[in-house]
Design a protein around this ligand. Structure first.
Ligand SMILES: Nc1ncnc2c1ncn2[C@@H]1O[C@H](COP(=O)(O)OP(=O)(O)O)[C@@H](O)[C@H]1O
Ligand SMILES: [Mg+2]
Length: 694
């Protein structure tokens, strides 16, 4: 028994349009429309539920509507077909209705070579149906076409249960190119989605190219979950793992972030330097130490040259900031510095001769001329530009007399990651504080730096390893040429001390970003790299902008804000995962163009994600509180249409695992398989390690 196409369409009909507006279409369902499963449509087809799709024939195709709600209205009249039932008592009859959101148009593909029809889906409805139009249940083929249309479907991430289990595929260019946010409650499947998307993308890339992908994923992992997920050796998803305490005999390596990676803002927040005196001292000291000028020598004229050099650089900075003629007490403090420098230079004059002596003597005289009128009672301290320019030229002459040249005195970029040792920084801070005449104010900062350097927990991370160069760090952490050593870097932050975790995270993110920036500068093209941040709400947390002393958390957030704003230009994509989206920095979230939303039950977080989608698509988001884990809503730039996805299955061994404490097994001494569980408790090594005893 074959059906004509017309009859076929007729049998799928479930209702009639009885209200049309551009954003809502209401439908009265036919009495004989199936309740749950349609058996009259060739193959059993389940009756659409909320958020699934139905079709309404329009000009040259079908309008696709998404069901927003279904309801029953008590009709005062019996709903009948024909008029043959006169004689019966009229009873109210339940009439089923539903409301649809028009989503787009489904058209037959023009090719149509094979017997089966092909369809193309496009967003936007250019023709709305008229009242009385029939509403059809889509065939499986049509249903899948809604999701499976579109180009560049490169990596399958799951299926869509609402659309005939259509394959949901994404294009990595879109997914990673404009930042991705994965949001949802704990246990809703975020980490599995992160791990899955990375793994499936890499595996597909390997399949397409036949070789190892030239890819770079850097995972910042505060819970230490990902090392196990990416430990399989022969897959492209093989990871380099960096930890504070790597387990011996495994592929894990020691996490190292040298002190000299930190820029001046990071140093200031790490040492909690006060804005007024400590910060300028620290910055000047960093400049000297990055120059390699802080090391003491046996050679006297060398030391004098260094002294003069720092002096020149301080005078230049003061001049540029207008200090010597600025508001009181700036000129006075400049005068005090001069007096102090003079006291420092005078004693060394005695052992000198020739050109060196003359030049230094001239400098001392010049300083004395500046100081003497200001020693008088009620003297004013303001300096003139002329006086400062003179002082600069005399000091500069003295500097050359001791073998310095103009080039050395151009201040080094204080943020450039040039190697120095913690010890040298300490010395440089002491010397600079002395020169700036602020030794007593710098004392607290010095104490903090000393205790940081001595902290045993910090030592392994930031220790002065001679052989760790910038190039080596970039090779091991971002990856070598063509990602030979693997595509994934997992940076396990779980044991990094809490006082420094924000700084360490921000340094890593910033160095990666700046490295890619420089890569583009030298190579013109970008090096596509993805930076993954788990638990993003702790590192990318909203902060108060007006606070003068930026704490570590806001320094960290600012780095990610910069990456979110500019990363795309340099090929750096962000993937954020968070269970508290409402605490995330809005700047970062608003730069994310694709979202994978898992179950979200908190109302503040729901409110936030509602703002991310246009009005007529919010219906789908109402499912958020009831999504089972592993299910999510994909929306944004990487998806033609917001779609409910059931993510691919990730086998147990590839799932990220945090070590949840197993109370019961320890209490009862047995694990699920009947093996014994032991927890020996010996506090001595812990106490010794803690107190730094050998
Ligand atoms: N794609 C998936 N494949 C298999 N199991 C999954 C998947 N997604 C989630 N799960 C299950 O859900 C649990 C919680 O997922 P997880 O990613 O750890 O959640 P979250 O990171 O949001 O806390 C996992 O332990 C796993 O059993
Ligand atoms: Mg997780």
């Amino acid at each position: 028994m074959s059906q004509s196409p017309f009859e076929h369409a007729g049998s799928l009909r479930i209702g009639t349009v009885d209200f049309v507006s551009p954003d809502e279409i209401k439908v009265a369902l036919d009495i004989e429309a199936p309740e749950s499963v349609a058996l009259n449509a060739g193959a059993p087809r389940s009756f659409p539920r909320v958020n699934s799709y139905v079709l309404i024939p329009v000009d040259d195709g079908f309008l696709v509507g998404q069901i927003e709600w279904l309801t029953v209205e008590r009709s005062p009249f019996p709903k009948r077909r024909g008029m043959q039932d006169f004689g019966l008592v009229d009873l109210p009859y339940p009439l089923r209705k539903m409301s649809l959101n028009p989503l787009g148009t489904l058209r037959k593909a023009s090719s149509g070579t094979n017997s089966e029809d092909e369809y193309n889906f496009r967003r936007g409805a250019d023709a709305l149906p008229s009242i009385g139009a029939g509403v059809l249940l889509p065939t499986d083929k049509q249903l899948r076409s809604i999701i499976e249309s579109g180009e560049r479907r490169r990596v399958k991430i799951g299926i869509s249960p609402l659309a005939g289990n259509a394959e949901v595929c994404i294009d990595p260019d879109r997914l990673f190119g404009r930042h991705l946010a994965i949001l949802g409650n704990t246990g809703s499947g975020k980490s599995c989605s992160v791990a899955g998307i990375i793994r499936w993308s890499l595996e597909q890339a390997k399949k397409m190219s036949g070789s190892f992908p030239n890819a770079r994923f850097i995972i910042l992992d505060p819970n230490g979950e990902y090392s196990r997920a990416f430990s399989d050796l022969n897959s492209p998803a093989k990871a380099r793992i960096f930890k504070v305490a790597p387990t011996d005999g495994t592929a894990e390596q020691l996490l190292q972030v040298p002190l000299w990676f930190l820029n001046s803002a990071e140093w200031c927040s790490l040492t909690q330097a006060s804005t007024k005196t400590q910060r300028p001292t620290l910055i000047q000291a960093l400049r000297t130490v990055r120059d390699g000028q802080a090391e003491p020598t046996e050679n006297k004229s060398h030391d004098i040259r260094r002294f003069l050099r720092t002096m020149l650089s301080i005078i230049r900075i003061e001049k540029n900031s207008g200090g010597p003629w600025g508001a009181f007490p700036k000129p006075k403090s400049f005068y005090e510095k001069l007096a102090k420098w003079k006291d420092g230079i005078e004693p060394v004059l005695t052992g000198l001769a020739g050109e060196e002596e003359t030049a230094l003597k001239t400098l001392v005289d010049n300083i004395e001329n500046l100081c003497s009128p200001r020693r008088l009672p009620y003297a004013h301290f303001d300096f003139t530009r002329q006086e400062i320019d003179n002082l600069l030229s005399v000091a500069s002459l003295a500097h050359s007399a001791f073998g310095g040249n103009e080039g050395d005195t151009i201040p080094t970029d204080v943020d450039a990651p040039r190697e120095f040792k913690g010890e040298s920084l300490l010395r440089s801070v002491e010397a600079t504080a002395e020169m700036l005449n602020v030794a007593e104010y710098a004392e607290t900062m010095l104490i903090r730096i000393r205790s940081l350097l001595a902290d045993t927990r910090m030592k392994s991370i930031v220790s002065d390893t001679e052989d760790l160069t910038l190039q080596k760090w970039l090779d091991t952490y971002i990856g070598e040429d063509s990602a030979k050593s693997g595509c994934i870097t997992v940076i396990d932050l779980s044991l990094v001390p809490t006082e420094v975790i924000h700084i360490i995270t921000s340094v890593i993110a910033r160095v990666v970003f700046e490295a890619l920036q420089r890569y583009r500068k030298l190579n013109v093209v970008t090096l596509p790299t993805v930076l993954v941040m788990e638990e993003a709400h702790t590192f990318i947390k909203r902060y108060k902008e007006d606070v003068e002393n930026q704490d570590a958390a806001s320094v960290c957030c600012q780095v990610f804000e910069r990456i979110a704003r500019e990363g795309r230009k340099f090929g750096l994509g962000l993937v954020l995962s968070s269970q508290r989206p409402s605490e995330l920095s809005q700047t970062v979230l608003s730069q994310c163009n694709t979202f994978i939303l898992h179950r979200i039950s908190n109302d503040r977080d729901q409110e936030l994600v509602h703002k991310l989608v246009p009005d007529n698509l919010r219906g789908l988001l109402r499912e958020l509180p009831s999504l089972p884990s592993q299910n999510a809503i994909l929306l944004g730039w990487a998806s033609e249409l917001p779609v409910l996805v059931r993510m691919n299955d990730l086998p147990q061994s590839q799932q990220p695992h945090s070590d949840d404490p197993d109370f019961w097994n320890v209490w009862t001494g047995k694990d699920a398989e009947g093996g014994t569980v032991e927890r020996k408790t010996d506090w001595k090594p812990i106490a010794d390690d803690w107190q730094g005893k050998p």
